[in-house]
Design a protein around this ligand. Structure first.
Ligand code: APR
Length: 240
């Protein structure tokens, strides 16, 4: 059975989770060193906490910004970005908020859970995109209210147009590569189902098995950088 390279596919979707950025030094949420082991998201990462104690939410948010600001895209991000220049069409559907896919040069990126570096004021209906820095000004200059991190917290709805675009890209792809997600948070965790229905080749890159593993035809059990290198070099048994 001949193997195919990434460039042999015309429409690729890379579906990424926190494991994609683990080798850049960004902590994952669950598993060893997971951030939710150290911080209770009910105190630091939900609308209720933001209303109750915005200072604590901003302290946690700026802590994460400070940490991620020191992280750079890894070889995996670069392979994904490079394949976007070689293959007919590549879409990155990411649960990550760290901005590392964009830094690596990927162009078509759908951020399902928002962006660590963007804030919004729900009173004035405005957004601001910051650089990769902690934020000093925490109150909106228009109304004096708190800037809200523009990320999807637990209990929030996803941005419908972004989710629709992700579903459409996956429904049209011929290769779906999931990288570094525990597949436990919905509706993102349902997206591989669209790839199965589309008859796309489905690859799961994760050192561990996940509840979604049975949906995939090929499981590359290792770190993202090593497994993406194998995939890009055609060393993985990607059925033709
Ligand atoms: N390469 C590939 N995968 C890795 C690596 C690595 N180097 N290191 C860890 N992983 C895998 C873990 O085995 C795990 O399955 O990455 C996954 C990370 O899982 P989570 O921490 O749960 O991250 P994610 O799936 O992105 O979480 C989804 O949950 O808390 C919310 O909004 C948050 O977007 C996040 C969502």
């Amino acid at each position: 059975m001949s193997t195919s390279r990434l460039r042999d596919f015309s429409r690729i979707v890379f579906f990424t989770g926190a494991g994609m950025s683990a080798e850049s030094g960004v902590p994952t949420y669950r598993g060893a060193g997971g951030i939710w082991k150290e911080y209770d998201y009910r105190r630091y990462a939900c609308q209720e906490a933001f209303v109750r104690d915005p200072e604590a939410v901003w302290e946690f948010h700026n802590y994460r910004r400070g940490l991620v600001a020191r992280c750079a895209p890894n070889l995996g991000h670069q392979i994904v970005a490079r394949s976007g220049r070689r293959s007919a069409r590549v879409t990155v559907v990411t649960q990550n908020i760290d901005g590392l896919h964009a830094l690596a040069g990927s162009s078509e990126i759908l951020e399902l859970h928002g962006n660590l570096w963007r804030v919004r004021c729900d009173t004035c209906g405005v957004k601001q995109q910051d650089g990769h820095v902690v934020r000093e000004v925490l109150r909106c200059d228009g109304c004096g209210g708190w800037w809200r991190p523009d990320i999807v917290w637990f209990g929030d709805y996803l941005h419908e147009p972004t989710l629709d675009a992700a579903q459409a890209a996956i429904a049209a792809c011929d290769l779906f590569v999931s990288i570094g997600t525990s597949a436990v948070v919905y509706p993102a965790a349902y997206l591989p189902e669209y790839a199965r229905k589309a008859g796309a080749r489905r690859v799961e890159i994760n050192p561990d098995e996940t509840p979604a593993s049975e949906l995939y035809e090929l499981h590359l059990r290792g770190p993202a950088t090593e497994m993406l290198t194998r995939l890009a070099d055609g060393d993985a048994e990607l059925l033709a």
